[in-house]
Design a protein around this ligand. Sequence first.
Ligand code: PLP
Length: 352
Amino acid sequence: MDENKWSPRTRAVAAGRPQGPGEPLNVPIVPASTFGAGGDRAYSREDGTPTWEALEEAVGSLEGGYATAFASGIATLAAVVDILPVGAKVAVPTFSYAGSRGVLAHAHRSGRLIVSELDPGDTDAWIDAAATVDLLWLESPTNPTLDIIDIKAIAAAASTQPHAPKVVVDNTFATPLGQQPLSMGAAIVVHSATKLIGGHSDLLLGLTVTADEGLAKALRDARTRGGATPGALEAWLGLRGLRTLHVRLAEQSRSAALLASRLAEHHSVVKVRYPGEGVMIAFELPDAEQADRVCAALTLIRSATSLGGVESLVERRAWLAGDAHVPAGLIRFSVGLEDPEDLWTDLLEALG
Ligand code: PLP
């Protein structure tokens, strides 16, 4: 798709469609592991499928690079780890998706990588780290504390280093419509398309995107080796989700902004974190007991892990071992497509 001619929202709808007379407008779900000998592709784990490629074309167009689809968001991190040499130094935010920190901590414990954690908001510390580490794993906004990391400043610092450390950005919360880290200097963007891209909590899916052909090949080779390939249906559903991302994001963000401002005024709420846009809010109650009580008292908003779907979800994050350092009463709130006044009614009743 012509990136200069068509806007991102248009490309989210139009990219990755078969072209030409008689072609279906939607890429078919191709549940094939193998293809007739002598063609462009032989085996899907190695050569991809038309369904994966349609999704990759669309997300690649939005992020500005070559996309590779994976079985899950965490599989994209596994692929990034796979292409690093043994002993590579990696910096990761102290507050960021617990699963990602868990994978990196495991690689550290096993001697595969040397991993350090940095405060997401301490830009100077990240800039200093660029001089010594090989990879800066950023996530912005962060899960679940919604910190904003200065991607541009950190990527600019990394670009001046002779050893060329790679900046990788987990763009799951921002989405490819909200932020394009490659244009901010990142080398690789990753997504858990399980979340907002899919948008319906009915699949697991991940994507990497890079503008560097060599890195794109390395990541694709890592997928071939690791075997974390997406399912045919999941890739198709992910692309279907992407088609409506713009309207979901706009509507759910509008509701999130409204609810964040109302929560901030509620006497039971100690603190509200909302970066000003996006569908995610984190609000704090005084302690774990009160937060658990509120989560259990909600009747419309479901208490469940995950985020980014059309249905609103809450979760007290500190119950997870990997998020035990998050404030005990912090509730992560993924705002869905329900009527925001109904969501507020549910919150008010639960907050008592
Ligand atoms: N990145 C972020 C920011 C996440 O929130 C998650 C999951 O919650 C992941 C990555 C991992 O994605 P997946 O569950 O699709 O493997």
